[in-house]
Design a protein around this ligand. Structure first.
Ligand code: WT7
Length: 654
């Protein structure tokens, strides 16, 4: 973690603090008192948050931790998630409130009220029931950012089916392996999506995946782009089949611990982990955090979370948290530079967005594009800004605050994970004086510590590993089909703590600074990709004998993927350029374009210890153009010279 500490030392010189304005404080949903309240009675505090939902049957126990690390929250309670996100708002007289202000990339727009959303969810629930889906069955969702994606997720929740949303940028093979792991019965998809001004077909990847997936009985297809697609026996059109269903559907109340969804995320091995979330605790925490961290005012705010529903941020802060809180929100289909680099600012001005939640990688991209794009618009509707996915550097934070927020919006830097389900560490916008680049402190109800290798909590001014010290309502309930891996990954380093995999430091004031992953997981544009996963993809190419992958610091994406590859005998051929292109495309086919290495270096050897472990740290030095660190533990110390020499003749990037 040497590098990590250097970064921190820079951050430590950051002494500016930004308290919320008195006007914001007066109106804020959350006051400092909730820290004390949660401290005094943690479980009572969570029970109170849970009672903000509509329970069909009240719970009898807040937490059952007797079978740790498998938690049960709100034991005995029964509720329906879709009812809580939609029906209850209609029943309380808000049926005409707009739930979704959708904008397609080509400029098409549609407003969907809560009443209309309820009708659509009910029809979709009836449709998937007719297709043989019942409670507990798994449904894969591979869709663009269109309202039907939200409807599909809510329809699953309504009938108790477990959705597994697969990011539409993933390849056919990635989709297939996730369908197989979950044994999905149904796939919901679209013909295509609009990206960068053209239609990107989605259905062919589904066709390829489904052809190799015996568990799938049907494919429900939304017609989004009207592009030509192949049509098979299992395929059903959404606009015919769903539209013709009855808009009446009685929600069934499910047990608080009924599975709600699986979401795959990268771990330190090649096989993605199916993170399992359940019903009552998850909905409690995402609605609570959405209300206090974003200070949501359902009657006046226009919320915009720019994430994709393929990631957990889209699940928790587009679908479940916001809708449970009766949000009015923007959903945008496309890329930020289509038709121009001002698209987001245009959207904010036209829709009057008040709360913006996005990722540091996007903020840094906009910084690079130039202030003139946001400055051409009136962004004064904004009153709060959020950041998520990776550490935000103080420069980007300050730019976000001044250029986007007009020095007038609190910034909430929210730390959490696919596994945590909801936010864990974040300022409270009406309470916390924020420091640019710090996620500040654990939210009320959350137990967090920074510990050393022995698991001993460290005081202010020290860096170590981030752990969560108490179970929390939205915590993962396991890894789909692999409970041993759940225990090994998160609960074996220190059995009493959840190990998050992040390094962190408490500054002298007790503010928390995240330092990035401490395991072999990269963070590229806020997306987790495991080094092993990319290595396996590379080695599956016939030319590759061995591969080592590292994440190298990158100004825009946080980390960039750099691969070191040893070719099989006789494969060298040309100068390597063609092969490098081929290998990059091969990774895209195996995993998806987001996992394409930015740089591939063909090398004669890899640095290994005597026990055969690749010393990625040394490769990272090379990838980040530093002088190579301590290589005394190498089996063959001459290897690093070989690599450096080899690089001069064979490195290629594009
Ligand atoms: C990892 C989780 C949380 C939804 C998006 C990513 C990093 C996340 C922050 C933040 C510093 C952050 C961590 C974490 N991360 N938010 N505010 N500051 N790092 O979800 O794909 O499960 O990734 O993202 O390294 O472990 P994910």
């Amino acid at each position: 973690m040497a590098e990590v500490h250097e970064t921190l030392d820079n951050l430590m010189q950051e002494n500016r603090t930004f308290p919320p304005s008195p006007a914001f404080v007066t109106e804020a949903n959350a006051t400092a008192a909730i820290y004390d309240e949660a401290e005094a009675d943690r479980l009572g505090f969570w029970a109170k948050q849970a009672r903000g939902l509509d329970w069909d049957t009240d719970f009898t126990e807040v937490l059952d931790w007797s079978n740790a690390p498998f938690a049960k929250w709100f034991v005995g309670g029964k509720l329906n998630v879709a009812y809580n996100c939609v029906d209850r708002h209609v029943l309380s007289g808000h049926g005409d409130q707009i739930a979704i202000r959708f904008e397609g990339e080509p400029g098409d727009q549609i407003n969907i009220t809560y009443r209309e959303l309820m009708d659509q969810v009910c029809k979709a629930a009836n449709a998937i029931t007719e297709l043989g889906v019942s409670a507990g069955d798994r449904v894969a969702i591979y869709m663009p950012m269109i309202p039907e994606a939200v409807v599909a997720m809510l329809a699953c929740a309504r009938v108790g089916a477990v959705h597994s949303v697969v990011f539409a940028g993933f390849s056919a093979e990635a989709l297939r392996s996730r369908i197989e792991d979950a044994q999905a019965k149904l796939v919901i998809t679209a013909d295509g999506q609009n990206r960068r001004g053209s239609v990107m077909s989605l259905k062919p990847a589904v066709d390829e995946a489904v052809a190799a997936s015996p568990s799938v009985n049907n494919v429900l297809v939304v017609r989004r782009c009207g592009n030509d697609i192949a049509w098979g026996e299992k395929d059903v059109w959404w606009h015919e089949f769903v539209a013709n269903q009855s808009p009446e559907h009685t929600p069934i109340a499910f047990d608080s611990e009924h599975p709600l969804f699986i979401l795959y995320t990268s771990g330190t091995t090649g096989k993605p982990k199916g993170i399992l979330h359940t019903t009552g605790g998850y909905l409690t925490q995402v609605s609570y955090t959405h209300r206090v961290v974003f200070d949501l005012k359902p009657d006046t705010d226009v919320f915009w979370c720019t994430a994709d529903i393929g990631w957990v941020t889209g699940h928790s802060y587009i679908v479940y948290g916001p809708l449970a809180n009766r949000v009015t929100q923007v959903i945008y289909e496309g890329t930020p530079d289509t038709p121009g680099k001002d698209r987001w600012w245009d959207i904010i001005q036209r829709h009057g967005v008040t709360i913006l939640y996005t990722a540091p990688t996007a903020i840094r991209t906009f910084m690079k594009w130039g202030d003139e794009f946001p400055q051409a618009y009136d962004l004064s509707s904004l009153r709060l800004l959020g950041s998520v996915g990776e550490p935000i550097n103080p420069e980007a934070w300050m730019w976000y605050r001044s250029v986007i927020g007009g020095n007038n919006c609190p910034i909430v830097d929210t730390w959490w994970q696919t596994e945590t389900g909801g936010m864990m560490i974040s300022p409270l916008p009406g309470v916390t004086a924020t420091k640019p680049g710090s996620a500040m402190r654990a939210l009320p109800g959350i137990g967090m510590a920074v510990v050393d290798d022995a698991g001993t909590p460290l005081g202010n001014g020290h860096g170590g590993f981030l752990v969560l010290t108490e179970p929390w309502p939205a915590m993962l309930r396991g890894i789909w089909g692999d409970n041993q891996r759940f225990i090994d990954t998160y609960w074996s380093k220190w059995p009493q703590f959840y190990f998050a995999g992040d390094g962190a430091k408490l500054d002298n004031d007790g503010a928390l600074w995240l330092l990035g992953r401490v395991d072999d997981v990269m963070n590229v544009s806020g997306h987790r990709i495991s080094t092993t996963e990319v290595e396996s993809a590379l080695v599956s190419h016939p030319s590759v004998a061995e591969a080592a992958v590292v994440g190298a610091a990158d100004e825009t994406t946080g980390q960039a993927i750099v691969a070191f590859v040893i070719l099989r005998g006789g494969m060298e051929g040309d100068d390597g350029t063609t092969l490098v292109t081929e290998l990059r495309n091969h990774v895209a086919t195996e995993i998806g374009a987001i996992a394409k290495p930015k740089k591939i270096m063909i090398v004669p050897e890899l640095p290994k210890t005597r026990s055969g472990k690749i010393l990625r740290r040394l490769l990272q030095d090379v990838a980040e153009h530093r002088s190579v660190g301590d290589s005394t533990t190498l089996a063959d110390p001459a290897v690093m010279n070989l690599i450096s020499a080899g690089l001069e003749s064979s490195s290629a990037d594009d």
